[in-house]
Design a protein around this ligand. Structure first.
Ligand SMILES: O=C(O)CCC(=O)C(=O)O
Length: 227
């Protein structure tokens, strides 16, 4: 696939959410020293670290060449349409075949959040015609409270969040180039997120990771429904 992306095309607009870059990358290329928590509300949060994965360009190239890309279809009203992005997925026994840098990130963030991130979905947005509409992830059907990790590679593109399922975004981030964005708490239930299509954009990937078993009740991140 001949895809391109440019460094620094988008202004860095994470604003106060962005920590200064940390010291040299630690562990397997993932530097969590800049990780900062943003409370979306009393039950939902984001953890954000700008440029957390220093080898993001090489990882983009590796995944572009080797990931098992698929084109999915979506039912829209009465017809099947192509999803405007390509995806590659690993879960269960397939996790053994994860590219080594992705496995290292999965292991590190599983330990950091105290969950087993047991599925990995990589999305490839080839250009501005690809995107993902407003949604909350389907993990909400299984978990009261969830950690959803996104390591974004390639060109920075807007990543927007809104409370509920209607109205304008209230948080506007951009992510790409090794940025880490982790949604937690009730975010998938009570907030929606999107990567909108745009007139012009280079290629971007998001390496997303989810867990299927509930959070242990030790981090303060677990949501206890009342009544
Ligand atoms: O690409 C992203 O940053 C978000 C991906 C996403 O929302 C999803 O796959 O559910």
């Amino acid at each position: 696939m001949g895809l391109s992306w440019q460094e620094g095309l988008f202004a860095e607009d994470l604003g106060d959410h962005v920590a200064a870059p940390g010291p040299a990358a630690s562990g397997e290329g993932l530097d969590l020293t800049g990780l900062r928590r943003v409370a979306l509300d009393a039950r939902s949060w984001l953890d954000v670290a700008r440029g957390a994965f220093r080898g993001h360009g090489a990882l983009f190239d590796l995944l572009l060449r080797t990931a098992p890309w698929r084109q999915r279809e979506r039912r829209m009203y009465d017809r099947d349409v192509l999803e405007p992005r390509l995806v590659a997925a690993w879960s269960g026994e397939d996790l053994a075949a994860l590219p080594a840098p992705v496995e290292a990130v999965r292991a590190r963030l599983s330990a950091h959040y105290g969950v087993d991130l047991d599925s990995v979905l990589v999305n490839l947005y080839r250009d501005g015609r690809d995107g993902v509409a407003w949604h909350g992830d389907t993990v909400r059907t299984r978990l009261d409270s969830a950690v959803v990790v996104t390591l974004a590679l390639g060109e920075r593109r807007p990543f927007l969040l809104r409370p509920g399922d209607d109205g304008p975004p209230v948080h506007r981030l951009t992510s790409g180039q090794g940025d880490l964005v982790v949604m937690g708490g009730r975010c998938q239930h009570e907030w929606q997120h999107t990567v909108p299509k745009s007139a012009r954009a280079g290629a971007r990937m998001s390496v997303t990771m989810r867990h299927s078993r509930p959070l242990p009740d030790v981090t303060g991140a677990t949501y206890h429904p009342k009544g």
